[in-house]
Design a protein around this ligand. Sequence first.
Ligand code: NAD
Length: 307
Amino acid sequence: MENDVTTRLDGKVAVVTGAGSGLGRQHALLLAKQGAKVVVNDLGGSVNGVGGDSAAADKVVAEIKAAGGDAVPNYESVATQESAEKIIKSAVDAFGKIDILVNNAGILRDKSFGKSDLKDFSEVFQVHYWGTVYCTKAAWNLMNEQKYGRVIFTTSIAGTSGNFGQSNYGSAKAGMLGLMNCLAIEGRKNNVLVNAISPGALTRMTGNLGIDESFMKKLDPAFVSPAVAWLASERCDVTATIITAAAGGFGRLHYFETKGVQFDPSKPITVDMFDQQFDKINDLSTADPSTAGTEGKTQERLDTLSA
Ligand code: NAD
């Protein structure tokens, strides 16, 4: 690692969406502390996405400035293409470029699928999934042209493992991982890296979950932000990587494919054949770290055919 490759963010310009409270606020404060100039975006609505108030973004900008950093507020919603373009434009207008985009803004409309209204489904998608698409699209060509970009998505355990009552939210959070995987391939050659965090923290979104006060302190959203600041830096040399971060614990979450079975594809393959081999197909103890699809076990099985 070269000496000048640093975790510092001096000279870098960052946009953090939904930075008026919770995790986004902590990300913005830390990115600014690391030296980045920050656009603090937040439309200042309620946790279910109703209303708006410029005070949320203004307050965080004032905090950054009081600590000696540089920031501007932005009050646009991530949820339309036009307003998302304005968010990215505000970085270019204020600071001349965009190097880092933290897609963090979010809302909740929790309900079991049977009782859910598909209008809520669509609004949750509009903020989490489409908001991430719109903001990333608006920044993408600028980052690729300048040969530097760090894009961070915010996924959730509701997307990677599921959670009762969060079918809308979980599917939006999982959908963005497909986007991450594809953009990581497209951006890599231009040093535009696309990663995700899967956080856990007590914020207004989670409520206090009925836990005691000493444990509540351990779930401070500030404990998530070092992962975001690292992923935003030149030191970050990974792409398409999901980092879990909660209560000071960090890990990597990844898909695994089992060794599986390879039948002879020059002969018919029956349901009974699949049934008889299902335990082997399903045996996670044969999995090892690899990407899914053509770089993983599927490729290894295809290789045995041509060997
Ligand atoms: P939060 O409610 O404190 O913060 C979300 C922020 O996004 C709010 O300030 C809100 O005003 C803003 N926002 C909402 N809709 C917006 C829009 N259309 N445009 C711009 N800003 C908008 O919640 P949080 O817990 O800090 O959540 C931050 C992100 O982390 C979300 O994407 C959430 O889904 C994700 N997340 C949080 C947890 C957790 O444990 N807190 C777990 C997994 C994922």
